[in-house]
Design a protein around this ligand. Sequence first.
Ligand SMILES: Cc1cc2nc3c(=O)[nH]c(=O)nc-3n(C[C@H](O)[C@H](O)[C@H](O)COP(=O)(O)OP(=O)(O)OC[C@H]3O[C@@H](n4cnc5c(N)ncnc54)[C@H](O)[C@@H]3O)c2cc1C
Length: 433
Amino acid sequence: MWFTQDQRLDDNPALRLAAEADEMLCVFVVEQGWFQSRRYQYPQMGPHRWVFLQLSLSELNQRLQLHGQRLLVVYGQAEVEIGRLVERYDINRVVRARSPGTDELRQWRWLESQFPETEWCQADAATLFEDDQVAGLSRSWPMSFSAFRRLAERWVVPAVTAMPQLPNTITQQISQLTLPDWLPNARASHSMFDGGESEALRHLDCYLASDYPQTYKRDRNAIDDWDSSSKMSPWLNAGNLSARRLKQKLDEYDQQHGASDGTHWLFVELLWREYFQWLAQSIGTKLFHFQGLSEHKPLTSFYSDRFRNWREGNTPWAIVNACMRQLKETGYLSNRGRQIAASALVNELALDWRYGAAWFEYCLVDYDVASNWGNWQYIAGVGTDSRGGRHFNIDKQTELFDADGSFRARWAADAEPQPLDTLDPTGWPIAYR
Ligand SMILES: Cc1cc2nc3c(=O)[nH]c(=O)nc-3n(C[C@H](O)[C@H](O)[C@H](O)COP(=O)(O)OP(=O)(O)OC[C@H]3O[C@@H](n4cnc5c(N)ncnc54)[C@H](O)[C@@H]3O)c2cc1C
């Protein structure tokens, strides 16, 4: 069982499939590539998500041990490490959650080709729907969210499943691995989220024990209010909680309290997540292309100073600065904050949206490849959205979402605005006679 974005025992179709065997090896690969600087200057994995992931894996291991299993965490390159294990233990079936990531797909195909005797199975453990429910759309993607939603609201969400009886482990034979020196120190993070299945359920139960789901539709756009939205995204994306379990709990909530706009709207937001997951699978590497799905490249340039000022929260716009400081410090930013910050990068600073997406990827504790790059494309006007991007009026957004200035004050962003560009006269090519 190759755990990836499904770090849980509850309602995990991949684990159920793997558990049909007589013996099972549970493995997670921490990839060296996550910590290396890539094309957009940053590693993929920043400190907030790394701390979250370690907590999540530690709990997964504890839970497995309660059932006579154990999680083997290996470090390196996924295809190499998985290939080694397949060879060494003569593994005849590998099961993993289906992923929309193109790197993950490339690794999977490579493994399939190198080990044709092994059965390579993917299960829909990270989404609400299953591949065969969505398969009919593959001819007509890309489509708008509204069109997707009209269809998806009629589909049946597969029922949640109980944890299977786990077979014996073969990991007893494997001694503890030493940690590689490229692994970053587990630095403390100021994130508000702790990884792991029990924390995910505890948070969800607290949320559903409150009245907040009732007011979700009204309040979900708040810029910085903990209770205005569910805050489930980090656990959903690590797979500490399945999207189906969340949907089932929302249904139970409705049965107890009566159906409400709030819970229905939460489901609609889950459909946004779903939409981006399946869209990403359908468009492959276009998710990362500058022009995305559109015919034309956006008219942008690259000013490194502007980008640095945006990243560090030193732009002329106090609300953007507050958003960027919160993101860097905590790894979380509300949906409204993400939209304002992304729109500022694309529309006010005229920068290449992919640098913004890569910075979010590094910082976000709830980073998800499909949701992050899909939302960025949407705002940059290179996604499926027929309205050609989103330009948020910063003054209006400030007035609507931080009228009393408390959000800006919290992040010390209410000081004198910074100029957009600073010119250093010594840098001008003027020759003195
Ligand atoms: C530029 C940009 C980048 C983003 N990057 C990510 C990302 O990397 N990971 C991520 O999970 N979300 C991302 N989002 C979507 C959204 O901001 C977060 O899902 C949301 O803020 C998470 O908070 P919540 O759990 O309280 O959401 P809630 O409002 O409570 O929504 C419930 C769930 O629905 C899903 N959801 C809600 N809105 C969206 C959306 N627009 N797109 C996809 N799923 C959605 C999430 O899984 C969320 O947990 C991004 C949005 C923007 C504008």
